[in-house]
Write a protein that binds this ligand. Structure first.
Ligand code: SF4
Length: 459
Protein backbone atom coordinates (compact mmCIF):
# COMPACT_ATOMS: atom_id res chain seq x y z
CA UNK A 1 0.00 0.00 0.00
CA UNK A 2 1.28 3.41 -0.87
CA UNK A 3 1.70 5.86 1.99
CA UNK A 4 -0.95 8.00 0.37
CA UNK A 5 -4.49 7.66 1.58
CA UNK A 6 -7.59 9.69 1.99
CA UNK A 7 -8.79 10.46 5.50
CA UNK A 8 -12.45 9.62 5.36
CA UNK A 9 -15.69 9.18 3.52
CA UNK A 10 -19.16 10.43 4.47
CA UNK A 11 -22.61 9.18 3.54
CA UNK A 12 -26.07 10.47 4.43
CA UNK A 13 -29.55 9.18 3.59
CA UNK A 14 -33.00 10.76 4.03
CA UNK A 15 -35.55 8.05 3.35
CA UNK A 16 -39.21 7.19 3.82
CA UNK A 17 -38.32 3.84 5.39
CA UNK A 18 -35.82 2.67 8.02
CA UNK A 19 -32.39 3.81 6.80
CA UNK A 20 -29.68 2.03 8.84
CA UNK A 21 -29.14 -0.95 6.53
CA UNK A 22 -28.79 1.33 3.51
CA UNK A 23 -26.36 3.62 5.34
CA UNK A 24 -24.34 0.53 6.25
CA UNK A 25 -24.31 -0.34 2.55
CA UNK A 26 -23.36 3.22 1.59
CA UNK A 27 -20.33 3.46 3.90
CA UNK A 28 -19.28 -0.06 2.90
CA UNK A 29 -18.97 1.30 -0.65
CA UNK A 30 -16.73 4.10 0.66
CA UNK A 31 -14.44 1.77 2.60
CA UNK A 32 -11.46 2.50 0.31
CA UNK A 33 -11.45 6.09 1.67
CA UNK A 34 -10.67 5.06 5.26
CA UNK A 35 -10.36 1.67 6.92
CA UNK A 36 -9.61 2.16 10.62
CA UNK A 37 -12.95 3.36 12.02
CA UNK A 38 -16.56 3.39 10.91
CA UNK A 39 -19.83 4.61 12.37
CA UNK A 40 -23.51 5.39 11.83
CA UNK A 41 -25.92 7.82 13.52
CA UNK A 42 -29.66 7.86 12.84
CA UNK A 43 -32.45 10.19 13.96
CA UNK A 44 -35.65 8.87 15.49
CA UNK A 45 -36.82 11.64 17.81
CA UNK A 46 -33.31 11.46 19.29
CA UNK A 47 -30.00 10.36 17.83
CA UNK A 48 -28.83 6.73 17.95
CA UNK A 49 -25.13 6.07 17.46
CA UNK A 50 -22.92 3.05 16.82
CA UNK A 51 -19.21 3.36 15.94
CA UNK A 52 -16.49 0.73 15.57
CA UNK A 53 -12.78 0.22 15.23
CA UNK A 54 -12.42 -1.77 12.02
CA UNK A 55 -14.09 -2.17 8.66
CA UNK A 56 -17.80 -1.74 8.03
CA UNK A 57 -18.56 -5.29 6.88
CA UNK A 58 -16.48 -6.87 9.68
CA UNK A 59 -17.80 -4.89 12.62
CA UNK A 60 -21.51 -3.97 12.37
CA UNK A 61 -23.86 -6.66 13.68
CA UNK A 62 -27.45 -7.11 12.56
CA UNK A 63 -28.75 -6.17 16.04
CA UNK A 64 -26.85 -2.87 15.91
CA UNK A 65 -28.46 -1.96 12.60
CA UNK A 66 -31.85 -2.84 14.09
CA UNK A 67 -31.04 -0.59 17.09
CA UNK A 68 -30.27 2.32 14.73
CA UNK A 69 -33.91 3.34 14.31
CA UNK A 70 -34.99 6.20 12.09
CA UNK A 71 -35.55 7.17 8.50
CA UNK A 72 -32.62 9.56 8.18
CA UNK A 73 -29.04 9.30 9.25
CA UNK A 74 -25.36 9.67 8.41
CA UNK A 75 -22.36 7.35 8.26
CA UNK A 76 -18.60 7.66 8.18
CA UNK A 77 -15.43 5.69 7.42
CA UNK A 78 -12.09 6.99 8.62
CA UNK A 79 -8.40 6.40 8.86
CA UNK A 80 -7.98 8.57 11.96
CA UNK A 81 -11.10 9.33 13.97
CA UNK A 82 -14.19 7.57 15.28
CA UNK A 83 -17.21 9.35 13.75
CA UNK A 84 -20.01 10.49 13.52
CA UNK A 85 -19.82 12.30 16.85
CA UNK A 86 -23.04 13.04 18.76
CA UNK A 87 -23.54 16.28 20.71
CA UNK A 88 -26.11 18.01 22.92
CA UNK A 89 -25.94 21.76 22.34
CA UNK A 90 -28.01 24.93 21.97
CA UNK A 91 -29.03 23.78 18.46
CA UNK A 92 -30.43 20.58 19.99
CA UNK A 93 -29.14 17.05 19.62
CA UNK A 94 -26.90 16.76 16.54
CA UNK A 95 -24.35 14.37 15.03
CA UNK A 96 -21.43 15.48 12.87
CA UNK A 97 -19.39 13.57 10.27
CA UNK A 98 -16.42 15.29 8.65
CA UNK A 99 -13.97 14.34 5.89
CA UNK A 100 -10.89 16.50 5.51
CA UNK A 101 -8.20 18.29 7.44
CA UNK A 102 -8.12 21.41 9.65
CA UNK A 103 -4.74 23.03 9.04
CA UNK A 104 -5.10 25.64 11.77
CA UNK A 105 -6.52 23.28 14.42
CA UNK A 106 -3.87 24.20 17.04
CA UNK A 107 -4.63 27.89 16.68
CA UNK A 108 -8.40 27.34 16.86
CA UNK A 109 -8.11 25.06 19.90
CA UNK A 110 -5.91 27.61 21.71
CA UNK A 111 -8.44 30.35 20.94
CA UNK A 112 -11.39 28.28 22.19
CA UNK A 113 -9.54 27.18 25.33
CA UNK A 114 -8.80 30.82 26.08
CA UNK A 115 -12.57 31.40 25.89
CA UNK A 116 -13.26 28.63 28.41
CA UNK A 117 -14.01 25.69 26.08
CA UNK A 118 -12.82 22.24 27.09
CA UNK A 119 -11.62 19.54 24.71
CA UNK A 120 -11.81 15.80 25.04
CA UNK A 121 -9.21 14.70 22.48
CA UNK A 122 -8.51 17.76 20.30
CA UNK A 123 -9.34 15.86 17.13
CA UNK A 124 -10.41 17.72 13.98
CA UNK A 125 -14.01 16.58 14.44
CA UNK A 126 -14.13 18.14 17.91
CA UNK A 127 -12.81 21.48 16.65
CA UNK A 128 -15.26 21.50 13.73
CA UNK A 129 -18.25 20.51 15.88
CA UNK A 130 -17.50 23.10 18.56
CA UNK A 131 -17.26 25.92 16.02
CA UNK A 132 -20.66 24.91 14.60
CA UNK A 133 -22.22 24.59 18.07
CA UNK A 134 -21.15 28.10 19.09
CA UNK A 135 -23.87 29.38 16.76
CA UNK A 136 -27.62 29.11 17.33
CA UNK A 137 -28.38 27.23 14.14
CA UNK A 138 -26.52 24.90 11.80
CA UNK A 139 -26.25 27.11 8.70
CA UNK A 140 -24.72 29.93 10.76
CA UNK A 141 -22.41 27.35 12.35
CA UNK A 142 -21.18 26.06 8.98
CA UNK A 143 -20.76 29.65 7.82
CA UNK A 144 -18.60 30.36 10.88
CA UNK A 145 -16.64 27.20 10.13
CA UNK A 146 -15.86 28.39 6.60
CA UNK A 147 -14.58 31.69 7.99
CA UNK A 148 -12.41 30.18 10.71
CA UNK A 149 -11.09 26.90 9.35
CA UNK A 150 -8.17 26.72 6.96
CA UNK A 151 -8.27 23.39 5.22
CA UNK A 152 -10.36 21.06 3.15
CA UNK A 153 -13.55 19.31 4.11
CA UNK A 154 -16.88 17.80 3.27
CA UNK A 155 -19.29 17.80 6.15
CA UNK A 156 -22.62 16.27 7.24
CA UNK A 157 -24.70 17.40 10.24
CA UNK A 158 -27.61 15.23 11.36
CA UNK A 159 -30.45 17.14 13.03
CA UNK A 160 -34.17 16.87 13.68
CA UNK A 161 -34.72 18.99 10.53
CA UNK A 162 -32.84 16.58 8.29
CA UNK A 163 -29.24 16.34 7.12
CA UNK A 164 -27.12 19.42 6.40
CA UNK A 165 -24.39 18.82 3.80
CA UNK A 166 -21.58 21.27 3.07
CA UNK A 167 -18.41 21.44 1.03
CA UNK A 168 -15.53 23.80 1.81
CA UNK A 169 -15.30 27.01 -0.20
CA UNK A 170 -12.64 25.56 -2.55
CA UNK A 171 -14.38 22.20 -3.08
CA UNK A 172 -11.25 20.16 -2.32
CA UNK A 173 -13.14 17.08 -1.17
CA UNK A 174 -15.91 15.58 -3.32
CA UNK A 175 -19.54 15.53 -2.16
CA UNK A 176 -22.31 14.26 -4.39
CA UNK A 177 -26.12 14.22 -4.24
CA UNK A 178 -28.39 11.41 -5.41
CA UNK A 179 -32.08 10.57 -5.30
CA UNK A 180 -34.78 8.13 -6.27
CA UNK A 181 -38.48 8.01 -5.49
CA UNK A 182 -38.59 10.08 -2.31
CA UNK A 183 -35.17 9.00 -1.06
CA UNK A 184 -32.28 11.47 -0.98
CA UNK A 185 -28.61 10.66 -0.48
CA UNK A 186 -25.31 12.48 -0.17
CA UNK A 187 -21.91 10.79 -0.40
CA UNK A 188 -18.20 11.35 -0.81
CA UNK A 189 -18.41 9.29 -3.99
CA UNK A 190 -21.17 8.54 -6.46
CA UNK A 191 -20.60 4.76 -6.25
CA UNK A 192 -22.21 4.72 -2.79
CA UNK A 193 -25.32 6.36 -4.26
CA UNK A 194 -25.46 4.15 -7.32
CA UNK A 195 -24.97 1.00 -5.24
CA UNK A 196 -28.39 1.76 -3.70
CA UNK A 197 -29.97 2.04 -7.17
CA UNK A 198 -30.26 5.80 -6.80
CA UNK A 199 -29.40 8.32 -9.48
CA UNK A 200 -26.67 10.91 -9.21
CA UNK A 201 -28.21 14.39 -9.23
CA UNK A 202 -25.19 16.68 -9.01
CA UNK A 203 -22.11 17.64 -6.99
CA UNK A 204 -22.50 19.95 -4.01
CA UNK A 205 -20.90 23.24 -5.12
CA UNK A 206 -17.82 24.65 -3.39
CA UNK A 207 -19.15 26.66 -0.43
CA UNK A 208 -22.73 25.40 -0.76
CA UNK A 209 -24.78 24.42 2.30
CA UNK A 210 -27.70 22.08 1.58
CA UNK A 211 -30.50 20.77 3.78
CA UNK A 212 -31.73 17.29 2.84
CA UNK A 213 -35.24 16.60 4.11
CA UNK A 214 -38.66 15.43 2.92
CA UNK A 215 -38.60 18.51 0.64
CA UNK A 216 -35.54 17.09 -1.16
CA UNK A 217 -32.41 19.20 -1.58
CA UNK A 218 -32.65 22.84 -0.49
CA UNK A 219 -29.68 25.19 -0.87
CA UNK A 220 -29.67 27.07 2.43
CA UNK A 221 -26.62 29.21 1.62
CA UNK A 222 -23.96 29.66 -1.03
CA UNK A 223 -20.82 31.01 0.60
CA UNK A 224 -18.35 33.08 -1.40
CA UNK A 225 -15.90 30.78 -3.16
CA UNK A 226 -12.63 32.52 -4.19
CA UNK A 227 -11.86 29.71 -6.64
CA UNK A 228 -12.34 25.98 -7.02
CA UNK A 229 -9.50 23.64 -6.07
CA UNK A 230 -10.69 20.07 -6.55
CA UNK A 231 -8.08 17.55 -5.42
CA UNK A 232 -6.55 16.19 -8.65
CA UNK A 233 -5.57 13.01 -6.86
CA UNK A 234 -9.21 11.95 -6.63
CA UNK A 235 -9.27 11.02 -10.32
CA UNK A 236 -5.75 9.61 -10.45
CA UNK A 237 -5.78 7.48 -7.30
CA UNK A 238 -8.13 8.14 -4.37
CA UNK A 239 -11.60 7.64 -5.80
CA UNK A 240 -12.97 4.32 -6.94
CA UNK A 241 -12.87 3.54 -10.67
CA UNK A 242 -16.69 3.43 -10.83
CA UNK A 243 -17.20 6.93 -9.40
CA UNK A 244 -17.90 10.21 -11.16
CA UNK A 245 -16.66 13.38 -9.49
CA UNK A 246 -17.43 16.94 -10.56
CA UNK A 247 -18.78 15.54 -13.80
CA UNK A 248 -15.68 13.51 -14.74
CA UNK A 249 -15.72 9.71 -14.65
CA UNK A 250 -12.74 8.37 -12.71
CA UNK A 251 -12.34 5.51 -15.17
CA UNK A 252 -12.27 7.89 -18.13
CA UNK A 253 -9.67 10.10 -16.42
CA UNK A 254 -7.39 7.12 -15.67
CA UNK A 255 -7.75 5.76 -19.20
CA UNK A 256 -6.83 9.21 -20.52
CA UNK A 257 -3.77 9.36 -18.26
CA UNK A 258 -2.62 5.99 -19.63
CA UNK A 259 -3.29 7.11 -23.20
CA UNK A 260 -1.27 10.24 -22.57
CA UNK A 261 1.72 8.15 -21.43
CA UNK A 262 1.50 6.02 -24.58
CA UNK A 263 1.21 9.15 -26.73
CA UNK A 264 4.42 10.51 -25.24
CA UNK A 265 6.19 7.20 -25.91
CA UNK A 266 5.01 7.22 -29.54
CA UNK A 267 6.04 10.86 -30.00
CA UNK A 268 9.46 10.15 -28.51
CA UNK A 269 10.15 7.38 -31.01
CA UNK A 270 8.40 4.40 -29.38
CA UNK A 271 9.97 1.10 -28.36
CA UNK A 272 9.23 -2.59 -28.69
CA UNK A 273 7.15 -4.17 -25.90
CA UNK A 274 5.16 -7.41 -25.65
CA UNK A 275 2.56 -6.54 -23.04
CA UNK A 276 1.10 -3.64 -21.01
CA UNK A 277 0.35 -4.48 -17.37
CA UNK A 278 -0.88 -2.73 -14.22
CA UNK A 279 0.09 -2.62 -10.59
CA UNK A 280 -3.32 -3.63 -9.18
CA UNK A 281 -5.65 -2.08 -8.38
CA UNK A 282 -4.81 1.59 -8.85
CA UNK A 283 -2.79 1.12 -12.06
CA UNK A 284 -5.45 -0.76 -14.02
CA UNK A 285 -7.25 2.21 -15.59
CA UNK A 286 -3.91 3.75 -16.61
CA UNK A 287 -2.69 0.45 -18.15
CA UNK A 288 -5.88 0.00 -20.16
CA UNK A 289 -5.52 3.53 -21.52
CA UNK A 290 -1.90 2.85 -22.46
CA UNK A 291 -2.96 -0.36 -24.21
CA UNK A 292 -5.66 1.46 -26.19
CA UNK A 293 -3.32 4.10 -27.58
CA UNK A 294 -0.25 1.87 -28.10
CA UNK A 295 -2.15 -1.20 -29.37
CA UNK A 296 0.17 -3.34 -27.21
CA UNK A 297 -1.72 -6.27 -25.61
CA UNK A 298 -3.02 -5.79 -22.06
CA UNK A 299 -2.06 -8.64 -19.75
CA UNK A 300 -2.31 -9.17 -15.97
CA UNK A 301 1.09 -9.93 -14.45
CA UNK A 302 0.14 -9.84 -10.75
CA UNK A 303 -2.54 -11.80 -8.95
CA UNK A 304 -4.29 -9.81 -6.22
CA UNK A 305 -4.69 -11.70 -2.93
CA UNK A 306 -8.07 -10.50 -1.71
CA UNK A 307 -7.56 -12.04 1.74
CA UNK A 308 -4.41 -10.03 2.58
CA UNK A 309 -6.09 -6.69 2.94
CA UNK A 310 -4.86 -5.18 6.15
CA UNK A 311 -1.51 -3.63 5.15
CA UNK A 312 -2.63 -0.14 6.19
CA UNK A 313 -2.92 -1.22 9.83
CA UNK A 314 0.73 -2.23 10.07
CA UNK A 315 2.56 0.31 12.18
CA UNK A 316 6.04 0.16 10.66
CA UNK A 317 7.17 0.68 7.07
CA UNK A 318 8.83 -2.76 7.07
CA UNK A 319 5.63 -4.43 8.22
CA UNK A 320 3.62 -2.51 5.59
CA UNK A 321 6.00 -3.61 2.86
CA UNK A 322 5.85 -7.25 3.97
CA UNK A 323 2.07 -7.12 3.96
CA UNK A 324 2.01 -5.33 0.58
CA UNK A 325 4.12 -8.17 -0.81
CA UNK A 326 1.53 -10.68 0.38
CA UNK A 327 -1.10 -8.80 -1.60
CA UNK A 328 0.38 -9.36 -5.06
CA UNK A 329 2.01 -12.48 -6.48
CA UNK A 330 3.68 -12.67 -9.90
CA UNK A 331 1.96 -14.60 -12.69
CA UNK A 332 5.13 -16.24 -13.97
CA UNK A 333 3.50 -17.73 -17.07
CA UNK A 334 2.53 -14.25 -18.30
CA UNK A 335 5.87 -12.66 -17.44
CA UNK A 336 8.63 -15.01 -18.56
CA UNK A 337 10.73 -13.60 -21.41
CA UNK A 338 8.40 -10.60 -21.89
CA UNK A 339 9.14 -6.91 -22.42
CA UNK A 340 6.62 -5.30 -20.10
CA UNK A 341 5.19 -1.77 -19.83
CA UNK A 342 4.15 -1.55 -16.18
CA UNK A 343 1.62 1.20 -15.31
CA UNK A 344 0.74 2.70 -11.93
CA UNK A 345 -0.95 5.89 -10.78
CA UNK A 346 1.79 7.58 -8.74
CA UNK A 347 5.04 7.09 -6.84
CA UNK A 348 5.23 8.24 -3.23
CA UNK A 349 8.26 6.71 -1.51
CA UNK A 350 9.10 4.48 -4.45
CA UNK A 351 9.55 1.30 -2.44
CA UNK A 352 6.45 -0.45 -3.77
CA UNK A 353 7.21 0.08 -7.47
CA UNK A 354 10.84 -0.90 -6.85
CA UNK A 355 9.66 -4.22 -5.40
CA UNK A 356 7.28 -4.76 -8.29
CA UNK A 357 10.02 -4.22 -10.89
CA UNK A 358 12.28 -6.57 -8.95
CA UNK A 359 9.53 -9.20 -8.66
CA UNK A 360 8.87 -9.09 -12.42
CA UNK A 361 12.57 -9.40 -13.26
CA UNK A 362 12.94 -12.31 -10.84
CA UNK A 363 9.87 -13.82 -12.50
CA UNK A 364 11.75 -13.85 -15.82
CA UNK A 365 10.68 -10.53 -17.43
CA UNK A 366 13.16 -9.49 -20.13
CA UNK A 367 12.50 -5.75 -19.74
CA UNK A 368 10.30 -3.62 -17.45
CA UNK A 369 9.36 -0.07 -18.52
CA UNK A 370 7.56 1.83 -15.74
CA UNK A 371 4.89 4.40 -16.69
CA UNK A 372 3.26 6.62 -14.04
CA UNK A 373 0.00 8.52 -14.57
CA UNK A 374 0.75 11.40 -12.18
CA UNK A 375 3.64 13.84 -12.42
CA UNK A 376 6.34 13.52 -9.72
CA UNK A 377 5.18 14.31 -6.18
CA UNK A 378 7.31 17.19 -4.97
CA UNK A 379 5.40 18.47 -1.94
CA UNK A 380 3.41 16.81 0.86
CA UNK A 381 -0.33 17.48 0.92
CA UNK A 382 -1.74 19.92 3.47
CA UNK A 383 -5.36 19.08 2.79
CA UNK A 384 -6.08 15.64 4.17
CA UNK A 385 -4.12 13.20 2.03
CA UNK A 386 -1.12 11.72 3.78
CA UNK A 387 2.02 11.91 1.66
CA UNK A 388 4.41 12.06 4.58
CA UNK A 389 7.35 14.47 4.62
CA UNK A 390 9.43 16.06 1.87
CA UNK A 391 12.27 13.63 2.67
CA UNK A 392 10.05 10.60 2.04
CA UNK A 393 8.92 11.67 -1.44
CA UNK A 394 10.95 9.65 -3.95
CA UNK A 395 11.21 12.40 -6.60
CA UNK A 396 12.69 14.77 -4.01
CA UNK A 397 15.79 12.59 -3.83
CA UNK A 398 16.63 13.82 -7.33
CA UNK A 399 15.02 17.25 -7.34
CA UNK A 400 15.83 19.04 -4.11
CA UNK A 401 13.98 22.35 -4.41
CA UNK A 402 11.75 24.47 -6.63
CA UNK A 403 9.33 23.24 -9.26
CA UNK A 404 9.72 21.09 -12.35
CA UNK A 405 9.40 23.54 -15.23
CA UNK A 406 10.88 21.70 -18.21
CA UNK A 407 10.85 18.28 -19.84
CA UNK A 408 14.63 18.15 -19.35
CA UNK A 409 14.16 18.35 -15.57
CA UNK A 410 11.46 15.68 -15.77
CA UNK A 411 13.69 13.40 -17.87
CA UNK A 412 16.52 13.86 -15.35
CA UNK A 413 14.30 12.63 -12.51
CA UNK A 414 12.98 9.76 -14.64
CA UNK A 415 16.50 8.54 -15.48
CA UNK A 416 17.52 8.55 -11.79
CA UNK A 417 14.31 6.81 -10.73
CA UNK A 418 14.70 4.13 -13.43
CA UNK A 419 18.21 3.40 -12.24
CA UNK A 420 17.13 3.27 -8.59
CA UNK A 421 14.30 0.82 -9.24
CA UNK A 422 16.20 -1.29 -11.78
CA UNK A 423 13.73 -0.52 -14.59
CA UNK A 424 14.72 -0.38 -18.25
CA UNK A 425 12.98 2.98 -18.55
CA UNK A 426 10.64 5.11 -16.47
CA UNK A 427 8.32 8.00 -17.42
CA UNK A 428 5.73 10.20 -15.71
CA UNK A 429 3.03 12.32 -17.28
CA UNK A 430 4.18 15.94 -17.30
CA UNK A 431 1.96 18.34 -15.32
CA UNK A 432 0.46 19.78 -18.52
CA UNK A 433 -0.27 16.31 -19.92
CA UNK A 434 -1.79 15.28 -16.59
CA UNK A 435 -4.17 18.26 -16.49
CA UNK A 436 -5.12 17.80 -20.16
CA UNK A 437 -5.94 14.13 -19.51
CA UNK A 438 -8.25 14.97 -16.59
CA UNK A 439 -10.14 17.40 -18.81
CA UNK A 440 -10.73 19.89 -15.97
CA UNK A 441 -9.47 23.49 -16.23
CA UNK A 442 -6.17 23.87 -14.39
CA UNK A 443 -7.52 26.81 -12.40
CA UNK A 444 -10.25 24.55 -10.92
CA UNK A 445 -7.78 21.97 -9.58
CA UNK A 446 -5.53 21.68 -6.57
CA UNK A 447 -2.16 20.54 -7.93
CA UNK A 448 -0.08 21.54 -4.92
CA UNK A 449 1.66 18.21 -4.46
CA UNK A 450 2.84 18.40 -8.09
CA UNK A 451 3.60 22.10 -8.55
CA UNK A 452 4.06 23.26 -4.95
CA UNK A 453 1.43 26.01 -5.27
CA UNK A 454 -1.09 26.32 -2.44
CA UNK A 455 -4.41 27.16 -4.17
CA UNK A 456 -5.69 29.00 -1.08
CA UNK A 457 -2.86 31.52 -1.25
CA UNK A 458 -2.60 34.37 -3.74
CA UNK A 459 -0.13 33.39 -6.51
S1 SF4 B 1 -2.03 18.73 -2.36
FE1 SF4 B 1 -2.32 16.99 -3.77
S2 SF4 B 1 -3.36 15.39 -2.56
FE2 SF4 B 1 -3.55 17.33 -1.45
S3 SF4 B 1 -5.53 18.19 -2.07
FE3 SF4 B 1 -3.97 19.06 -3.43
S4 SF4 B 1 -3.88 17.67 -5.20
FE4 SF4 B 1 -4.96 16.60 -3.56
Amino acid sequence: MKSLQDNCGVFGLYSDTECAHDIFHGIDFLQHRGQEYCGICTFDGGIHQVTHYGKVANTFRHEELEYLKGTWGIGHVSLWERQPVRWQCQIGEIAVAFSGNVLNADELIADMKARGKAFYQEYNIEVVSKIIMEEQEVVAGIHALAKKVKGAYSLLVLTRDGIYAARDIYGFRPLILGQRMGRYAVASESRAIQSLDMEVVRDVAAGEIILISDKGFQTMAQLDSPRRAHCAFEWAYTASLDSVIDGVHVQEARNNLGESLAKRDIEEGGFEADIVAAVPMSGIGHAIGYHRRSKISYQEVFLYNRYADRSYTQSTQLAREKMAKRKLSVLHYAVKGKRIVLCDDSIVRGTQILHKVRDLKRGGAREVHVRIGCPPLIRPCDFGISTRSYEELAARRYFKSGNITSMEQLRGIEACMAEEMGADSMKYNSLNAFVAALGIPKEDLCLMCFDGRNPTEAQ
